[in-house]
Design a protein around this ligand. Structure first.
Ligand code: MG
Length: 363
């Protein structure tokens, strides 16, 4: 069965495949994480000093990570957004990214779509299964450091725990973030009839790339996760026009995000299917996997509700910021309150929020 294949392959590749090749090259001698790393003693101090402090610094913190205190201290002033997200994606490394890049981007993006586009600091809670290759953990930490550098945010406090073999699947990461909102917080409830709905990039790539990797499908190497921080895109949109609401369409995808917009603001939303950017690779993967690209997680896309007259200016600013597929895909209307209507070109139908847990461990 599929699940047996997925589990069997994953386990044997991680335990034997990676370990063997590392032994062969002599790199890191196939070391694995052992329970001592999370035990709070000397082994943990070694791990923190060798693997954490080299990658993450104190940044602007009054008391930062390098102080090895019980917490970080930040001087803050104004409206502060606080958000948290736990990442459990399977597989932890997937085409286009890994759980480390996801953990930083996910929290940076949640801050950004609230209006905090220049995040102050992140925390990192790392939980690792005993026996996980150390190379996986260091790769993931490298990705977290690279994503943090790109954003210009520091991880200023964190925690590492090791659980027994079989008690958790390889690695889970919680990140919490804080950031200051400079204008009015972006909220779905602020949407107004006439607002344009803008998406910053192609829809469905992350969910379909992860699922394809998990199921062992390849789509000519064209399909990879869109995981990336979008704080610069949100900042560009805020500079270009009046943005009322923004969200990152993660679990449940664009369908869920637009339904949440409609319900929160007590408005209807109409979208044009032909205007929604979906890559050929995502369409093809969606057909093979039997999954609607609009229903799956994105990790590098922002959705905006923009004042009617500013839709085109925001799209242009997003293009200039590198989001070349950004487009106006619909608008807020005063009919079918609380619901989203999709114009397919052949007719109109409700775009429902996806039901149930179709896609576990996608982010
Ligand atoms: Mg979010």
């Amino acid at each position: 069965g599929t699940s047996e294949d997925a589990t069997g392959d994953g386990t044997s590749e991680d335990a034997t495949g990676d370990g063997t090749s590392e032994d062969a090259t002599g790199d890191a001698s196939g070391a694995v994480i052992d329970a001592g790393v999370g035990a709070g003693g000397g082994r943990m101090r070694e791990f923190v000093e060798s693997e954490i402090l080299d990658r993450f610094g104190g940044g602007s913190a009054t008391v930062g990570l390098d102080a090895l205190e019980d917490g970080a201290v930040h001087a803050l002033d104004g409206d502060i957004v606080l958000t948290t997200d736990t990442h459990v994606v399977d597989p932890p490394e997937f085409p286009g990214g890994d759980i480390g890049e996801l953990a930083v981007s996910g929290t940076v993006n949640d801050l950004a779509v609230m209006g905090a586009t220049d995040p102050t600091a992140l925390t990192c809670g790392l939980i690792v299964e005993a026996g996980t290759p150390e190379s996986l953990v260091t790769d993931v930490l490298d990705s977290m450091a690279a994503a943090s550098d790109r954003v210009g945010v520091e991880i200023t406090t964190g925690d590492t725990k090791v659980m027994g073999a079989g008690e958790i699947d390889r690695i889970a990461i919680n990140t919490t973030g804080i950031g200051r909102v400079t204008g009015e917080p972006l909220q779905a409830a602020r949407l107004e009839v006439g607002d344009r709905i803008v998406v910053s990039g192609p829809i469905g790539e992350h969910g379909l790339a992860v699922l394809s990797a998990r199921e062992g499908f390849e789509f000519g190497g064209d399909l990879s996760s869109d995981v990336a921080p979008v704080n610069d895109l949100v900042a560009a949109a805020l500079d270009a026009g009046t943005v009322h609401a923004a969200t990152d369409p993660t679990r449940g995808g664009l369908s869920m995000a637009l339904n949440e917009f409609a319900m929160a603001a007590d408005v209807g939303i109409s979208v044009e299917e032909s205007a929604i950017p979906v890559s050929e690779a995502a369409s093809a993967a969606g057909e093979v996997l039997g999954i609607e690209p609009l229903d799956v997680a994105n990790e590098g896309v922002a959705v905006f509700g923009v004042a009617a007259g500013d839709g085109d200016a925001v799209v242009e600013a997003l293009h200039d910021a590198g989001a070349t597929d950004a487009a106006v895909v619909g608008e807020v209307v005063d009919e079918h309150t609380g619901r989203v209507v999709l114009d397919t070109g052949l007719g109109r139908r409700y775009l429902a929020e996806p039901t149930g847990e179709q896609l576990p461990r996608i982010c």
